[in-house]
Design a protein around this ligand. Structure first.
Ligand SMILES: *[C@@H]1O[C@H](CO)[C@@H](O)[C@H](O)[C@H]1NC(C)=O
Ligand SMILES: *[C@@H]1O[C@H](CO)[C@@H](O)[C@H](O)[C@H]1NC(C)=O
Ligand SMILES: *[C@@H]1O[C@H](CO)[C@@H](O)[C@H](O)[C@H]1NC(C)=O
Ligand SMILES: *[C@@H]1O[C@H](CO)[C@@H](O)[C@H](O)[C@H]1NC(C)=O
Ligand SMILES: *[C@@H]1O[C@H](CO)[C@@H](O)[C@H](O)[C@H]1NC(C)=O
Ligand SMILES: *[C@@H]1O[C@H](CO)[C@@H](O)[C@H](O)[C@H]1NC(C)=O
Ligand SMILES: *[C@@H]1O[C@H](CO)[C@@H](O)[C@H](O)[C@H]1NC(C)=O
Ligand SMILES: *[C@@H]1O[C@H](CO)[C@@H](O)[C@H](O)[C@H]1NC(C)=O
Length: 466
């Protein structure tokens, strides 16, 4: 954590120049008892404890001083213990609350993710959803002591804890400053983007504005699709070193980037066939490796998407130009030989632990039939909880909500071909939504934990001003 030294409330208030309408001092407002009295959790949520202390962190130019609040609570009967963190800047509060999202399996990326919004004047909050902020695996919390799946924590991760955060974050903000917040926003990428979309769909009055980058919606199904190129490599028993796949990417970019750019602006129009590269020598550290028909086949399959032998399309592919290293990763134990698959851990975890409910299964043994069957199984069991693909956002729109979202066309993990809203086949819904959704497809971008980058920040500001 990058967080600075913790100061007690008494030590730090001197000279901070606090100006609040009711002139309360930080020592009385940044206190557990004062803030706890404001908390009214949704449903039957029950507070276990509240901690609050003035803390400091080095900002861009000057030390930033804020009230560091942690609310610990449970949903009775669910045996969960959830921590909400809210950090409230002492000076220059901009009147707004910002909820900050997580990544992968992590409901939030930890409280260091609040520092930047706090430095920018927001009261900011995040929730751990009842588990440690570990992105790559749910191993630590997926199962109850008796081995059953912990569906309560799954629901916390999928949606419930997210609304608790919005409600409690705003209550604490209001209590601390004595008014507001006059606007509340969500900000997140990947899982954080999915969480933003979830808020718009299921809790449409919680946030006024939602920044949902590379939203990992359709989770149950697309995470299964993330294993596709590993399945292909397993079937072929052929695992190319990454330098071979990088060479294929470079050739695709060269063939399809019209303006001498290092990326493909319109991947949908890229008809590049990797089979033309067979025999060409890939540049690998210190040596060259000829590209084979199997290498080309693997690339083609990742780009094409998941297709059953009878021609059914089960999911979209990645775009040519996106790095193979995310989903078609391999590792070689001796230089460029003796390679094996290195699947994306979230996909392995999801398939084994949640869809097959067999954490010890060796996924290399998955047959085509079993793999294709996972798509409907995962959809049936989990879409209603975490699919986050409800097309009707009218309640959010009616409440004046606005969304900014983007999906990098070179995303190496989440398939950008999947339309933003997929439960409708009618393009008109998307068109209508454009009045309050800004949807961008920046071609050169892969997935990244991103705070709103400057360009989008400007668009965001335009959309949300006032
Ligand atoms: C804020 O409080 C949490 C929980 O007590 C603690 O882990 C964290 O270090 C605190 N942050 C700072 C900057 O002191
Ligand atoms: C830091 O200080 C410089 C010079 O005073 C100023 O131009 C800049 O806007 C400040 N940056 C922030 C983030 O406050
Ligand atoms: C609320 O309490 C009831 C009865 O104790 C329980 O069945 C239910 O699961 C609880 N709901 C939540 C969201 O915790
Ligand atoms: C409740 O959760 C605790 C901590 O995660 C665990 O040790 C305990 O076994 C759980 N109790 C039940 C009934 O599942
Ligand atoms: C293409 O880019 C390369 C490297 O940036 C540059 O050397 C070359 O002149 C460019 N060609 C054209 C036609 O712009
Ligand atoms: C690819 O797999 C190797 C070996 O497991 C790992 O060290 C590396 O981080 C992976 N690369 C990516 C981009 O995930
Ligand atoms: C090949 O990989 C296997 C397992 O990863 C390892 O046991 C074996 O020693 C490796 N062989 C060589 C020649 O590196
Ligand atoms: C499994 O599916 C892949 C991709 O469609 C295909 O190339 C392969 O022949 C299939 N294998 C079997 C045994 O059906």
């Amino acid at each position: 954590m990058l967080l600075g030294t913790l100061f007690t409330a008494v030590l730090s208030i001197g000279g901070m120049g606090l100006r609040r309408p009711d002139d309360r001092s930080a020592s009385s407002t940044c206190s557990p008892s004062f803030l706890a009295s404001a908390i009214d959790l949704p449903g039957n949520g029950s507070v276990i404890g509240v901690a609050a202390e003035i803390a400091e962190t080095p900002g861009h130019n000057a030390t930033i001083s804020f009230c560091n609040v942690t609310v610990t609570y449970t949903h009775p009967g669910w045996n969960d213990t959830i921590h909400i963190s809210v950090n409230l800047p002492q000076n220059n509060w901009n009147g707004r609350f910002q909820g900050v999202g997580g990544g992968g399996w992590a409901t939030s990326s930890g409280i260091s993710s609040l520092l930047s919004p706090v430095a920018n004047g927001y009261a900011a909050g995040c929730t751990d959803g009842g588990h440690e902020p570990v992105s790559g695996t749910s191993a630590a919390w997926a199962n109850l002591p008796d081995g059953q799946l912990n569906m309560h924590l799954f629901r916390d991760f999928a949606y419930l804890a997210l609304n608790d955060l919005a409600v409690v974050g705003k209550q604490i903000t209001h209590r601390y400053y004595g008014h507001g917040p006059h606007h509340s926003y969500w900000s997140g990428c990947s899982t954080g983007g999915r969480q933003g979309m979830m808020m718009a769909q299921r809790f449409p009055t919680a946030y006024d504005g939602i920044y949902a980058a590379a939203p990992a919606i359709n989770w149950p199904v697309f995470i299964v699709a993330e294993y596709w190129s590993q399945l292909i490599m397993n079937r072929l028993d052929h695992y190319p070193p990454q330098c071979v796949l990088d060479t294929i990417t470079a050739a695709a970019v060269e063939a399809c980037s019209s303006r001498n750019e290092s990326f493909i602006s319109e991947p949908g129009r890229c008809m590049f066939d990797p089979h033309v590269l067979i025999g060409l020598k890939a540049n690998c550290v210190g040596s060259t490796v000829p590209i084979t028909a199997k290498d080309a086949f693997i690339a083609q399959k990742l780009w094409e998407g998941v297709r059953t032998p009878d021609g059914q399309n089960l999911w979209w592919g990645l775009n040519p130009g996106a790095p193979f290293s995310g989903l078609t990763n391999t590792s070689c134990s001796s230089g460029l030989t003796n390679c094996t698959g290195s699947p994306f851990s979230i996909s392995e975890d999801w398939i084994a632990r949640w869809v097959l409910q067999d954490p010890h299964i060796d996924l290399q043994t998955l047959t085509n039939e079993t793999y294709f069957g996972l798509f409907s199984k995962a959809f049936q069991e989990y879409n209603g909880i975490i699919g986050t693909n409800k097309a009707d956002l009218s309640a959010f729109k009616k409440n004046g909500g606005k969304i900014v979202t983007w999906h990098g066309l070179a995303d190496q993990l989440i398939f950008p071909g999947a339309p933003l809203i997929t439960t409708t086949k009618s393009g008109t819904v998307i068109l209508r939504l454009r009045t309050f959704i800004g949807y961008f497809l920046p071609p050169a971008w892969s997935i990244a934990w991103a705070e709103p980058v400057p360009t989008l920040m400007t668009l965001w500001g335009l959309l949300l001003s006032g």
